[in-house]
Design a protein around this ligand. Structure first.
Ligand SMILES: [Zn+2]
Ligand SMILES: [Zn+2]
Length: 142
């Protein structure tokens, strides 16, 4: 497992460091986690790591394309390791749970805007909003 992450870092021309490995591991283990939970997971492995260090690593990994940063409106930034497939997200209005949603139909058709306004489009970010199954089945409390 660790050697996979080492390969990913080298592939992205990033030096292999313990904080980078720990952050990559945490993002893989906790998809759509926010900075606070990633920091908690990294701290369990590297107790001496600082909040700023984790934040810097997340920024470097995001810039290198190893990690994708999403920020549904009203939510803090979240990170995931599923990159490069232009998938979308569905967010629960009630508890904030996030799940992955593949492109609306077939092969990345979301990239074909009804009118591209002359832009060359290479990405689309769709956030579907609703209520997750757990919240739907939860008894209503007043
Ligand atoms: Zn929910
Ligand atoms: Zn996702």
């Amino acid at each position: 497992m660790t050697s996979d992450f080492e390969r990913m870092l080298r592939w992205a021309a990033l030096r292999v460091t313990r904080p980078r490995l720990a952050v990559l591991t945490a993002v893989h283990a906790h998809p759509h986690a926010d900075t606070v939970s990633i920091f908690g997971a990294v701290r369990r492995e590297l107790p001496e790591v600082s909040h700023q260090a984790v934040y810097d690593v997340l920024r470097a990994l995001t810039a290198a394309g190893l990690v994708r940063r999403i920020e549904p409106s009203g939510s803090v930034a979240r990170y995931e390791s599923r990159v490069g497939d232009n998938h979308h997200h569905v967010v629960c209005r009630s508890c904030g749970a996030i799940a992955d949603v593949d492109c609306a139909v077939g092969e990345a058709p979301c990239l074909t805007a009804s009118d591209n306004q002359g832009f060359s489009i290479d990405g689309a970010e769709v956030t579907y909003w609703g209520v997750c199954p757990e919240c739907l089945s939860a008894p209503v409390t007043s």
